[in-house]
Design a protein around this ligand. Structure first.
Ligand SMILES: [Cu+2]
Length: 137
């Protein structure tokens, strides 16, 4: 019975992941001051091993945001737990950043929150994505 329930949940998320994937590639901040373009598809990230994510940060005019301090947090909302590690963000080129030390401890629906601070600008981008879910597309 419990397994059946899990399968049902997986099927439900498998459907919604396809729709959310395209949104996860580029996302505008809650204050509409920043735009985050991810260099890779987030739902193909590995489980159980260290990984990294690169993204490009731009302002509403499309200009790269240089020298931002980015704080990463996240977890699994449904499970009520956070990230198993404390990832850090480094700028690797003008406006291009890399999240290091990232690890996902299980398959399922994860959420990452990027809190961006640059000069007077402050904005947050939250992305949700499924990892290790069977997506047939
Ligand atoms: Cu979990």
């Amino acid at each position: 019975m419990r397994l059946f329930f899990l399968v049902l949940i997986s099927l439900f998320f498998a459907g919604s992941v396809v729709a959310s994937t395209t949104q996860a590639q580029a996302k505008v901040g809650e204050n509409r001051l920043i735009r985050v373009d991810f260099a890779q598809s987030l739902d193909t990230l590995p489980v159980f091993e260290f990984t990294q994510i690169e993204f490009h940060l731009t302002d509403p005019d499309g200009a790269p945001i240089v020298g931002a301090a980015v704080n990463v947090s996240g977890g699994m909302r449904q499970h009520g737990h956070g990230l198993p590690t404390s990832p850090k963000v480094a700028e690797i080129a003008d406006g291009t950043y890399r999240i290091n030390g990232l690890k996902f401890s299980m398959t399922g629906l994860w959420e990452l929150s990027l809190d961006v601070q640059a000069q007077q600008l402050r904005d947050t981008v939250v992305v949700e994505f499924g990892i290790g879910l069977c997506v047939s597309q």
